[in-house]
Design a protein around this ligand. Structure first.
Ligand code: SF4
Length: 299
C-alpha cells in the first residue's frame, strides 16, 4: 500500500484551547464499537461520566450539552478525556479529525480538512509550492488510476506556475480538465442558499455577495495563498473522479471556491482568509449532499 500526504501534513498540531471554532462544538460525534466497549469497561469516575453522556441511540454518540458543546469539552476548551485519560482514550472520529482520506486501488491519500482552524492556518502559511510525499509501495498499479494521477499532476503544475497570474492559472486549469466555466460566484448565490447551512453568518455573507459581489475590487492577498487553496481543493476532491469519472466538476469546484473566497475577502477585509476558508469548508465540504449538488451543477 502506498500512502501519500502533503509535505505540511506532519507539522499539523491541534491548537486546542486557542481554537475559536472547536470541532467539539456543534457536531454530534458517533462512537465506534471498539471505543464504546472500552468506555463500558471503565469503572472509575471517568467511566461513570462517559456512560452518563453517551446516547444509546443507533449509532451511539456523545450527547451535546449547553450551546451544543461536547460534554467533555471543559471551560478552557480543552478535552477532559485527553486530560484525564490520555489521547488513547479518544474515539475514532475524534482521533482522526481533521484528516480526510481518498482511495485508489492499493493507494491512499491523506490530508487535513480546511474546516479545522489549525489546518486552515497551516495550509495558508505555506510559502513554497506544496509537494506530495509518500510512504510504502504501490504494488498493483492500475492504468486508469495512474492516468488520473498524471492528469492531477499536470493540474498541480499549472496552479503552481508562479510565472502566471492566478486568474491565468485558473483559466488553464479549466481548459486542461475540460471543465465548464463556473462564471462569477455572485451568480451562484441561489444555489448556495439552497444547500444545507450551519451558520447564520454564512447566510449573511452570501446575501452580501449577491448584492455587492460584482462591484468589489480584487482583494490585496498574495497569489501564493490562492495557489495553496487551489492545490488543497484539487488534492481533496480530484481523486473522487475515480468514482464518477468526471474531473471537470472537480477542477470547476476548485476554481469556483477560490473565486468565491476572493470575493468574500474583498467584501469582508477585516476577516482573516483562514477564517473565511474554514467557514466555507465547514458549510460546503463537510456535507456530502452539498458537494454532490455542486458537482452536478458544475457538469
Ligand atoms: S478544529 Fe482543529 S484546531 Fe480546532 S479543536 Fe478541532 S482539531 Fe483542534
Amino acid at each position: 500500500m502506498l500512502t501519500v500526504y502533503p509535505d505540511y501534513y506532519p507539522a499539523f498540531r491541534c491548537i486546542a484551547g486557542a481554537c475559536r471554532h472547536s470541532c467539539c462544538i456543534g457536531w454530534e460525534i458517533d462512537i465506534d464499537e471498539e471505543s464504546l466497549a472500552r468506555y463500558k469497561a471503565m469503572h472509575d469516575p471517568l467511566g461513570e461520566r462517559l456512560r452518563r453522556n453517551i446516547s444509546a441511540d443507533d449509532p451511539p454518540h456523545f450527547v451535546l450539552g449547553e450551546r451544543e458543546r461536547c460534554p467533555f469539552l471543559n471551560e478552557r476548551n480543552l478535552c477532559d478525556l485527553i486530560l484525564e485519560g490520555g489521547e488513547g482514550l479518544l474515539c475514532q472520529i475524534c482521533d482522526d479529525h481533521p484528516r480526510f482520506r481518498n482511495f485508489l486501488p492499493g493507494y491512499t491519500e491523506i490530508g487535513l480538512g480546511l474546516c479545522c482552524e489549525g489546518a486552515a492556518q497551516l495550509i495558508l502559511s505555506q510559502q513554497e509550492p506544496v509537494q506530495l510525499l509518500s510512504e510504502g509501495n504501490w504494488e498493483e498499479k492500475d492504468p486508469d488510476a495512474e492516468a488520473l494521477l498524471a492528469l492531477r499532476k499536470q493540474a498541480f503544475a499549472i496552479v503552481q506556475d508562479r510565472s502566471l497570474s492566478i486568474d491565468k492559472r485558473m483559466d488553464k486549469l479549466l481548459l486542461l480538465c475540460q471543465a465548464c466555466e463556473p462564471g462569477h460566484p455572485a451568480d451562484w448565490v441561489d444555489v448556495f442558499l439552497e444547500l444545507e447551512r450551519l451558520d447564520e453568518g454564512w447566510t449573511a455573507m452570501l446575501q452580501k455577495l449577491e448584492q455587492d459581489g460584482k462591484t468589489i475590487p480584487v482583494p490585496d492577498v498574495p497569489d501564493v495563498q490562492w495557489e495553496q487553496l487551489l492545490v488543497y481543493f484539487l488534492y481533496r476532491h480530484f481523486l473522487t473522479a475515480w468514482e464518477d469519472g468526471d474531473v471537470g466538476s472537480k477542477a470547476g469546484f476548485a476554481v469556483l471556491s477560490v473565486r468565491l473566497l476572493r470575493c468574500l475577502k474583498g467584501l469582508f477585509p477585516q476577516v482573516e482568509l483562514a477564517e473565511l476558508a474554514r467557514m466555507y469548508s465547514a458549510e460546503i465540504e463537510y456535507s456530502n449532499e452539498n458537494m454532490d449538488i455542486l458537482f452536478d451543477e458544475l457538469l
